[in-house]
Unconditional design. Structure first.
Length: 521
């Protein structure tokens, strides 16, 4: 099976990447050459197999140049969410032992603030412009010939950071594949899921999501390994997405439920303007899709929706539209090479259909899915049960082996496809001098699926008011990325806690979700 290098050799002029409205087009020949030159430069800076570099770049073409450079010389790449605060990013740089941060010049202020907070400075590099005190990558590579060959190309990996229940994000790390970058086995392993979805080399794939997330980044890279064309949006806009699908001849695409909601909210004449006749598969994931939203999309686009449930750690079940219409609410059955099981509260594997428990996956394909939470052996051990692992979600299997999600074991909030853990916001609120107690939960939101809400018990020196609520929201936004902060605050007299002080969040959530069949519906 061919990979990036072979595609560049056999059809160098084929577009590998089109950004937005077509203002930037990168061919396979250009992508291979540019990533190879960066790989040479990284090696010249002393980076060796197993080292990690971090990347602070928006959805721009340079992102994939950096990505493929690291993946062909055995490095770990950690993409940073540019909506995060400098403090959050400085923590990740330290935790992942980053040898280098490559930052886009348009994110100058955030990059400089992160640099100032980094105790043991890695090397700081700027791309697509200059940042004072940073090495300008384009200038630094000036002496590297475009046709210089690259020896010893060992496959690399990504280390995505996913928020933990204690508030600090956790790096999800896998051993480097013991394979060369161009080994057919490596190519096959990186493209397996996309081929399971039915994607092929001739496809044109639309990515409307931020590429610092695991799903979009891995899907786009798999499409490159297959030789397809990736069309990436700088940021999602419902009308623009429909326009791109038609004008770029998009055949396959991947969305989150919030994207569907925003497209459905467009005026009828705007929806009818675009035909999307060429679109044959629309994958959706990242967050549970409300059944009424999915039903409306199937009625609009036809039975081309394909849903999957997985995590950055791994796992994977999928369901097509026809099966979903027969089993509304299911997220499907395991794809090739995986098995799924349910464990009850006594840690026994469930044998009875419809019996809820903790969802576990295991690998039966021989292709490694081993992972660890970087520098957190306790969390790693808690996620594993022999050769099974869990993402911490609750659900059940029906009599045909279809998986249904019913709740989450942790306090995870999924808003617009983004995972949010509330501990950080809670800690900030509880520490506020005018707050006696606080809890942060996810509540129903028609557009985002869930919205972040705080329940606050005011201290004796404060009284509930809209002004006080705004003060608390602004307090969190000064110290956290805005997407993690409450969008609204309800004032309460007390919060339900056990004798040991543990918040009983289910009791709080039930007040807001009682009209729903489940928190995920």
């Amino acid at each position: 099976m061919a990979g990036l290098i072979d595609h560049a050799a056999t059809h160098p002029d084929k577009p590998a990447l089109i950004f937005g409205d077509g203002n930037a087009v990168v061919t396979y020949g250009e992508l291979e050459g540019r990533s190879r030159r960066i790989a040479h430069w990284l090696r010249a800076q002393g980076l060796v197999e197993g080292d990690c570099i971090a990347m602070l770049v928006r959805n721009t073409p340079i992102l994939f140049d950096i990505y493929w450079a690291t993946q062909r010389i055995g490095l770990y790449l950690t993409p940073l969410n540019w909506h995060s605060t400098a403090d959050e990013m400085a923590y990740i740089l330290e935790n992942c032992d980053a040898r280098m941060l490559i930052a886009e010049a348009a994110l100058n202020a955030l990059a400089k603030e992160t640099q100032a907070l980094t105790a043991e400075d890695p090397r700081f590099v700027s791309v697509e412009g200059n940042i004072a005190g940073f090495i300008a990558l384009e200038d630094a590579m000036a002496g590297i010939p475009a046709d210089l060959g690259l020896e010893d190309q060992r496959a690399g990996s990504v280390m995505i950071y996913s928020s933990g229940t204690t508030g600090r994000p956790k790096g999800i790390r896998r051993p480097l594949p013991d394979l060369s970058f161009y080994d057919p086995a490596y190519v096959a392993s990186t493209t397996l899921v996309m081929q399971t979805f039915g994607f092929v080399e001739d496809d044109i794939y639309l990515c409307p999501a931020p590429l610092y997330h695991a799903g979009p980044l891995r899907s786009c890279s798999a499409m490159h390994m297959m030789g397809a064309t990736v069309v990436a949006m700088h940021q999602f806009d419902a009308a623009t997405a429909l326009q791109i699908i038609d004008e770029r001849g998009v055949t396959v695409a991947q969305f989150v439920p919030t994207h569907f909601k925003r497209m459905l909210d467009l005026p009828a004449e705007e929806q009818a303007r675009w035909r999307h006749d060429n679109l044959r598969i629309a994958v959706h994931a990242a967050a549970p899709c409300p059944p009424q939203i999915k039903q409306a999309m199937i009625e609009w686009w036809g039975p081309i929706l394909l849903e999957y449930y997985a995590g950055t750690e791994g796992g994977g079940v999928m369901i097509n539209a026809e099966d979903w219409l027969r089993r509304p609410g299911s997220v499907g059955r395991p794809w090739a090479g995986l098995d799924v099981g349910i464990r009850d509260c006594d840690d026994n594997m469930v044998q009875t259909p419809q019996q809820e428990g903790l969802i576990y996956f295991r690998n039966i394909s021989g292709i490694g899915l081993n992972f660890s939470y970087h520098k957190d052996p306790e969390k790693t051990a808690a996620a594993h049960h022999g050769n099974w692992f869990t993402l911490g979600d609750i659900g059940y299997l029906d009599d045909a082996g279809y998986l249904f999600l019913t709740d989450r074991q942790t306090n995870l909030i999924i808003s617009g496809g983004v995972n949010i853990y509330p501990q950080e916001a809670e800690d900030l609120l509880v520490a506020h001098p005018k707050v006696h107690d606080a809890a942060v939960i996810g509540v129903p939101d028609e557009e985002m699926g869930e919205a972040v809400k705080a329940l606050v018990v005011p201290a004796s020196n404060a009284a509930p008011s809209p002004e006080f609520a705004n003060e608390l929201i602004e307090h969190t936004r000064k110290l956290l990325a805005s997407y993690k902060c409450p969008r609204s605050i309800d004032f309460v007299d007390s919060l339900p806690r056990t004798d040991t002080g543990k918040l009983q969040k289910r009791l709080l959530r039930d007040q807001y979700w009682q009209e729903k069949e489940s928190r995920l519906a």
